[in-house]
Design a binder for this molecule. Structure first.
Ligand SMILES: [Fe+2]
Length: 430
């Protein structure tokens, strides 16, 4: 019981940000679903697959050296013919995915690099390749513990299996898509369920997290408890989860490890096409100047943003971009409407990206960061496209964005956490 009490009092706060200085505490019970129980092992959460342990089992430490999943599997790409599946275990293991078009799961995928099956991992990433577009697949993940590495013999431990889940690959011929956008939750894992339930039963294809899901990166336990556990309980075993960093994800001693859990195949900034939407995702970096004393000489986001601006302009010259029905940019820091006084990193986003958005006729920008939700219609000569900013993180300021696009219109509906309309915008197809 003492262990549970300690963990429930865990607090994360950001020393750089006055508005986040109030420590946040949460109850893990708020996001434990009925099928999966979370307990503690070695300072990490772990998951008991099936069996639905009692409250006593939930708080009891697991047997010594037990091999367990730390997360359910989560889907992490929107590609038409491939699917990236990630999950975490507490032990290094040989891992694979069993999958197929039925519950028989008659195929098996493993990761091979330089002739060797990838085994030295706890964070597992397996690609299912050569899938058929627009088809439903069933899968489960498996991890076989490696108890020691030897030159001629490798002893194995326990093999563990997840439940069976399903997903449907994207269809490149699809003329419509729907997605949900969350931003600025700032280490409030209960917000995932509270905001996503505002969607009701409306169908959607994937969820996009537009930055500042955390206050600053403190370790794997935070990633599990504050993002992967709620997301996999709610949707990410069956619908892809995409994530771009906000300024807060660049902070903390675990910041450089974040990409081990969330990097898209193209990297931390990327593009994707889904239905009629061509989306560009920018990693806008820190808001303060690179030489701010708080960064202690360890930030170089000006160069990183300039690298993205070069990439962005090249991308905007492609036929895929030019021919897209809707050209949508996701970026945590908005190109305009940052809070006053505008910080150097925010100004740099404006100076670098805003002219390109006008020149190459972006249709829509989706942002967060300001903690003030709002719809900003086009202002001719300034930004010839609407900018929609999601809110958060406190109760009464949080939002869910619902984006739906078809061959005729793209609509954005923003709902606040009291289930009231918080702004909307409709684009007509170009
Ligand atoms: Fe934020």
């Amino acid at each position: 019981m003492a262990l549970k009490q300690h963990r429930n009092e865990k607090k994360y706060h950001d020393p750089l940000h006055m508005k986040d200085k109030k420590p946040f505490s949460f109850s893990r019970r708020q996001f434990i679903d009925t099928a999966v129980k979370v307990s503690a092992v070695g300072g990490l959460a772990y998951i008991q697959m099936s069996g639905c342990g009692s409250e006593e089992n939930e708080i009891a430490p697991p047997p010594e050296n037990k091999h367990v999943f730390l997360s359910k599997p989560y889907l992490h790409t929107l590609e038409h013919q491939h699917m990236c599946i990630r999950w975490l275990t507490n032990k290094q293991s040989l891992s694979w995915v069993e999958y197929g078009e039925t519950n028989d799961l008659n195929k098996k995928a493993i990761q091979i690099e330089d002739g060797l099956v990838t085994t030295h991992q706890r964070i597992h990433e397996i690609y299912l390749r050569d899938l058929e577009p627009g088809k439903t697949y069933y899968y489960r993940v498996a991890s076989k513990e490696i108890t020691a590495y030897r030159s001629l013999e490798t002893p194995y431990g326990e093999t563990i299996y997840s439940s069976t889940y399903s997903f449907t690959t994207a269809d490149p011929a699809a003329t419509e898509t729907g997605l949900l956008v969350l931003n600025d939750l700032h280490d409030r894992p209960e917000s995932f369920a509270q905001l996503l339930q505002l969607n009701g039963n409306d169908p959607y294809d994937f969820v996009f997290l537009n930055g500042d899901m955390f206050n600053y990166q403190s370790g794997e336990e935070q990633i599990l408890e504050h993002l992967l556990t709620p997301c996999t309980n709610l949707f990410a075993t069956q619908k892809p989860l995409l994530f771009v960093r906000g300024n807060h994800e660049t902070r903390g001693n675990f910041a450089q490890h974040l990409k081990d859990y969330f990097a898209y195949p193209q990297g931390l900034f990327f593009h994707f096409q889904r239905g009629p939407v061509f989306a560009i995702v920018l990693d806008t970096g820190e808001d303060k100047a690179d030489d701010h004393p708080a960064y202690a000489g360890m930030a170089n986001f000006n160069a990183y943003r300039q690298q993205q601006a070069v990439w962005l302009e090249q991308l905007m010259k492609t036929e895929a971009y030019k021919n897209a029905t809707y050209k949508v940019v996701f970026m945590h820091i908005p190109p305009f409407y940052c809070n006053q006084p505008v910080a150097p990193g925010e100004m740099h986003c404006n100076e670098l990206f805003a002219p390109l958005f006008n020149q190459y006729k972006v249709d829509l920008v989706i942002s967060g960061h300001t903690h003030k939700y709002g719809v900003h219609p086009p202002v001719s000569g300034k930004h010839n496209y609407p900018i929609i900013i999601g809110g958060g993180p406190d109760n009464g300021t949080r939002t869910l964005m619902k984006i739906k696009a078809n061959s005729k219109t793209l609509t954005v509906q923003m709902i606040n956490d009291e289930n009231k309309p918080a702004g909307s915008y409709t684009l007509n197809a170009s």
